[in-house]
Ligand binder design. Structure first.
Ligand code: CTP
Length: 480
């Protein structure tokens, strides 16, 4: 299909012609621009978010569209940005007036003025995001491409319309967007643009953490995030966002003993987990699973390199990192923290002949996270030795089967004590006290050790036995 036919098809909904007609009545020109044009040409799955630029007031055009088109919602105006949003059917349209920047003699601050389409295209981040599709009746379907964005799309390259230094000074987030688009679209970044990013990398420090994290999320949600993270590193951006990851770099050797490079290993694990899950937070756990290794690294004459307690240290670092990056300190953070904390547990189990009790404890401690934890551990297998690769994976198959067997018998996941604190208090006619806790703990341990099954009668008998040891006398029968 030709470029023209592809675009005509992407914008064939009668709504687009109608918007062009409304713009014409208002004596302005309107265009779809940015991601929607780019993605249509790349034949990526087309989003319903459409950016529309007009040579006039975007807000007025939005109001007229909402007035005249059926299935329109209310207009939301963002005065500070000079933009307005309207839903029409399943589309979400964002309108903006074309702008240009001019610099006044005595000030370095730009003054934003009304401009024409080309002024606006110049101010955009990449040539492939500056392609505009005309909507007015006389020119409907014309592609306006003053910066050869189409050629760059073909060559799969990200290039700025103006000099990279100008474009990135306008908004340093664009340096991260370059990496994000390169990863999402599998594009390269033009060498001159790369050079400018390297020079300007520390400018990302002025950005809000929220904007940075939005880009990191998008990189993490791609199929091969390592491409993005290694690019961030190469461009000097990663150290400003994740110094903890940069500290994992390098291989040290003492007395002929080396450890693996945990920096590259981390991104391999991230790529691996992306093959099995779209869960953003599980991907975060893969990214952070080894961050405790830099501060805990030691060389020991007898055993070589050790990272004792790295899971514990790493879990604490997850909290600090989330806080610094202004990510919510909610259950998602706790989820990542718990996975980092437990990241070595199944590995230990998989390495030896494992008892039911060890499996039961693992399932108890992991709770609902057991499946994700196993996925993380399997993704952690990055050995290049095919025999070891197979052995490790087989060991996990065995662990998985053991978990199924133990679960069938004992239902440890979402463990609810078969005899609870209330019942113990009622049985012995006491209020909350230390003994209640001790009895509960004793029953739980007996179940996890496999001494008794996870069942009411066995637990009840155990309660009576432990209570007697503690000097408590039953007051009433609880099973009436
Ligand atoms: N844009 C820009 N500089 C930015 C952000 C956005 O020049 N810092 C312009 C680009 O032309 C971009 C358009 O605004 O194409 C819309 O931005 P956005 O919705 O963030 O990105 P899309 O290109 O639509 O891509 P995606 O939706 O995949 O993020």
């Amino acid at each position: 299909m030709t470029t023209n036919a592809t675009l005509q098809r992407a914008f064939s909904d009668p709504m687009f012609t109608a918007i062009g007609e409304i713009a014409e009545q208002m004596q302005t020109r309107a265009f779809t621009i940015g991601g929607c044009v780019r993605d249509a040409l790349l034949k990526r799955n087309q989003s319903k978010d459409i950016d529309i630029v007009c040579e006039g007031s975007g807000i007025e055009l939005a109001k007229a569209v909402a007035d005249q088109l059926p299935n329109s919602g209310k207009v939301t105006v963002y005065k500070n940005y000079g933009t307005a949003m309207v839903r029409v059917g399943s589309y979400e349209l964002e309108f903006v007036g074309a702008r240009k920047e001019s610099y006044q003699k005595n000030s370095r601050n730009p003054v934003v003025e009304i401009g024409n389409l080309e002024d606006d295209q110049k101010r955009r981040d990449f040539t492939v995001n500056a392609l505009a599709f005309a909507l007015n009746p006389k020119e409907f379907g014309t592609l306006i491409d003053p910066f050869d964005g189409l050629e760059d799309l073909d060559k799969k390259v990200l290039r700025t319309p103006l000099t990279a230094a100008q474009t990135f000074s306008d908004d340093p987030l664009r340096m991260l967007r370059a990496v994000r688009f390169a990863t999402q679209l599998d594009f390269t970044i033009d060498p001159q643009t790369m050079k400018s990013i390297r020079i300007m990398s520390q400018r990302i420090k002025i950005l809000s953490q929220e904007r940075i994290i939005e880009e990191i999320h998008k990189i993490l949600l791609t199929q091969i995030p390592s491409k993005g993270f290694l690019l961030l590193d190469e461009l000097g951006l990663l150290q400003h966002i994740f110094p903890e990851l940069c500290s994992l770099k390098g291989i040290e050797e003492v007395e002929g003993q080396r450890h693996k490079d945990n920096f590259y290993h981390t991104f391999e694990v991230v790529d691996n987990i992306c093959q099995t899950t779209d869960n953003l937070w599980l991907r975060w756990a893969a990214l952070l699973h080894d961050i405790g290794k830099a501060p805990t690294k030691k060389f020991n004459q007898k055993v070589g390199w050790t990272f004792h307690g790295h899971e514990f240290v790493g879990a604490k670092m997850v909290y600090k990192l989330f806080k610094r990056l202004k990510m919510p300190l909610n259950e998602k953070m706790k989820y990542v923290q718990k996975l980092v904390f437990m990241s070595s547990r199944p590995i230990v189990i998989s390495e030896k002949i494992v008892t039911d009790a060890a499996v039961r404890r693992l399932v108890f401690d992991a709770g609902e996270l057991i499946d994700d934890l196993l996925l993380l551990c399997e993704a952690d297998i990055t050995t290049k030795n095919p025999q070891r690769f197979e052995t490790y994976h087989n060991n996990f198959k065995i662990v998985r089967q053991k978990i199924i067997d133990v679960e069938e018998k004992d239902r440890i996941r979402n463990f609810q004590p078969p005899v609870d604190g209330d019942e113990i208090m009622k049985t012995f006619g006491v209020g909350p006290c230390r003994e209640i806790g001790l009895i509960k703990e004793y029953i739980k341990e007996a179940i996890l050790d496999g001494e008794i099954p996870n069942e009411y009668l066995a637990a009840h008998a155990m309660m009576l036995k432990k209570a007697e040891e503690l000097g408590l006398q039953p007051k009433q029968n609880t099973r009436e």
